[in-house]
Design a protein around this ligand. Sequence first.
Ligand code: SAH
Length: 348
Amino acid sequence: MEKTDILSLSLEELEQLLIAAGEKKFRAKQIFQWLHVKRVMNFDKMTDISVQLRQHLKENFCINGLFMQKRLESAIDNTVKYLYRLSDGNFVETVLMDYNYGKSICVSTQVGCKMGCNFCASAIAGFVRSLEPSEILMQIYETERDAGTRVSGVVLMGIGEPLDNFDNVLKFLSLLSDKNGNNLSLRHVALSTCGIVPRIYKLADMKLQLTLSVSLHSPYNDKRSEIMPVNRTYNIDELMKACRYYIDKTGRRITFEYAVIDNVNSSDKDADRLAALLRGMNCHVNLIPVNRVKERNYKTARSGVADFAKRLGQRGINATVRRTLGSDIEAACGQLRRDAGSKGGTDN
Ligand code: SAH
């Protein structure tokens, strides 16, 4: 019989399973706290639990651990990139960022990605599978253990499309914020999507307090469809309608991610159209210089991002320029995993 992945279970689910095994309900909370508060990932070390119950746990449950394959620390800004190996031999990346208000962590939600954005290293490497809630959570627990500190913010902006792994991502969010467990407010969490419209509606209806980031990258359908195939299914009008709905339902401001690419999306005309699209919306634009991937010739001129921010400002749209962190440790997102895969790893 396959063992149950205990770190993916809610407290209620663990209670049900223990009650069914003839145990007392409160045992579940003890175990849940060993895992999610004390971070003890070994049933034998859960000392306030009977030997008999520990034996039952060992026989019926597993702790889905991650193994640190690689760790790269930036000499410039304290950013640390981790390559974690999952229990089935696949790899994911996690990035720990040091801001002046605290540490923030960027986690992956899938091994690879199906969305096919043509400027993204993760898409170029292809899709393997979605992550379990425990595998998303353990990226945080392992990184916090390594860094010897707790993070104050979490962003779902690593490899994968979170809304393409909807149920597991939601389960992860509820574990992350569980008052009996890790207890991080979702106000400190941002989820980034390429724009899977029906899932944005679904998420809006849940009225979570997280920040939704939407990767826009062009205000024109023809251009956006060229660089982000998801736009062929859900175009900009539909996406904007869903974003407005999200803002109405949750009362939260949306962030639009925009990678500035020379000769693709940063002309005066782009600024005009983007400003028209966003005018009056409770939103914020985050400009990023495009990370180079070796398959593409995309680049951002040194002054490109600041120029585009200025253009938007002149049109009444506030945009911030995202700091580039960890520029000395292995280029764009997705590249560590891809390199590991090509060295006899697990890429298809
Ligand atoms: N799938 C989600 C989250 C993962 S990517 C999404 O699409 O939003 C996180 C962010 O990095 C997205 O805004 C994505 O468009 C951006 N990104 C991916 N590759 C990039 C690159 N080469 N340069 C700059 N930003 C990139």
